[in-house]
Design a protein around this ligand. Sequence first.
Ligand code: GDP
Ligand code: MG
Length: 607
Amino acid sequence: IPRERNRNFSIIAHVDHGKSTLCDRLLQTCGVLPPNAPDQFLDGLEVERARGITVKAQTCSLLVTSETDGQNYLLNLIDTPGHVDFSYEVSRSLQACQGAVLLCDAVQGIQAQTVSTFHQAFEADLEVLCAISKVDLEHAQKEEVKRQLSVLTGVATEQVVEVSGKTGTGVQDLLQAIIQRVPPPPGSSTLPFKALLFDAKYDSRRGMVLYVAVQDGELKKGSKIFCSYSRRTHLATDIGFLYPDLSSTETIQSGQIGFVVVGAKDIRSFRVGETVFAEGGEKTGEPFPGFRPAQPMVYAGIFPEAVGDGEKLETAMQRLLLTDASVEAKRDISPVLGAGFRCGFLGLLHLDVFRQRLTSEYGVDVLATNPTVPYRLTLANGKEVVVEHAGDFPSPPQMPPKEVQEPLVTATIVCPRELTSNVQQLCVERRGEELSVEPLDNSGERVMMTWRLPLAEVITDFFDRLQALSHGFASFDYQPAGYQKVDLVKVLVRLNGDDVDALSFFALRDRASEVSRRYLERLQNLIPAQLFDIAIQAVVGGKVVAKVRIKPLRRDVVAQKILSHGHSGDPSRKAKLLERQKEGKRRLREISKVQVPPEAFVAMVKM
Ligand code: GDP
Ligand code: MG
């Protein structure tokens, strides 16, 4: 199929608006999937099926006959991940497309991600087609939702396609609309080979599989490629198309979406958005503009739940890191949690999904510490560094930093009108700045707000609070929006005069003593009394801002106290507790001669 009859497109939607169901239906309509295929074929990972979200983008080509000219067209569908955290993955897959289908649930109407994914597609200069999904449902508000989409995108209501992934209604109309309205990919078959790398995965059987959108020229199986990011040459041992399984061919050409298998092992040496040339082509060709590797925005420590699982975690991490180049990881040793990793993620959900995959795919129970964001510090000597762990923040005798900057996000919130003031209150509490409030529908029943918020405030319990105050009727999405100055300090926890870096944390200067007081009170309740006096202090810049004391215990009550701890009637629960205590004993460490039980430590680091 020549370039002029290729169409590269994505489907973008709010989570649960029916994207996976529609994708499956498209595949089935085009004969790619047998009618009895399992639901949501493209959602391959266990965690994706379990959560009903798409984590990793997958791609598939469909052969469709045009009703207008009777010719065959190759429609390349790029399934984008469907959650707030994965906006980076969404935008990277969009670079390989010329069109996007903006899908919106005909019952729910526009939600936060409908708005934010539309903006991404718009910024990527894509032809946006609008469709409403689930039109088979009784309560579908077709006209109203079409109108909402029209206001958002400028597409006429008559042009909005009605589809149902469940019944198959409108699926042919949608395929025809894609042929009609999405332009063919740009490029030239006479220029040297040049392709965009838009995804990569490590397959234990085949090796590294690169997903590419070919702009110019052609690539033959057995030839060599050069990647602009790693600046390395690789042999293309296999190439081909995605139907949706990898199917080998001899060449891939201008306008096509395909895969290239290379003999590399480390996914980290490839970055989505980089340019793939034929060997030598980099000397004359220009890489695609605007490439930057993804930056982690949320950091957390990952430690084994059971101390003996250190090696298991190590192996699991190594394997899992091969599947996700956007996770950053370095080894870390915690005085109580043992050997683990400090990791950077694209967002909170990304962290959560990663943790869940460690458990579901590799059988390691892990503990993730309180997430933090990357702060940009200008040190006293003028040097600029990024610090995402309070332990790395300068404290006396080091000079305090000259300036600290924190990451910001632009948040889109869609909610019923009567909740506006509650949402505003929450956002103000979280140091937000209101950018706009607009009605979404004719009746003004629902509104769309945009806020600028510090990311650090969003990654705590913001989403939970929003869900609670709206009873689940608010939707939320965010995009990175630069940095701003922040008056941040490091709170050091001092146990009997010794600094315990592992317990230190970040706080805003004007909230530091209040936050510290609450933190110490919790610690006071978690550390059992011992045979001597324990003084716990919170220290900011060398000054004590809060302190508590744990009075010593008389010798004869010690044994009693330990025995009664965690007593319960349920025998299986008791057995579990005993097991845990055994583990705990092994893990119990003395910090400044104070026996800090693992539970206390765990509770503090994942407060
Ligand atoms: P995604 O999160 O956008 O991928 O959404 P899914 O495809 O996973 O669908 C979310 C839910 O909506 C699932 O429970 C689907 O069964 C249901 N659903 C999806 N499409 C339709 C449809 O056309 N009609 C009806 N009635 N339900 C649908
Ligand atoms: Mg999905």
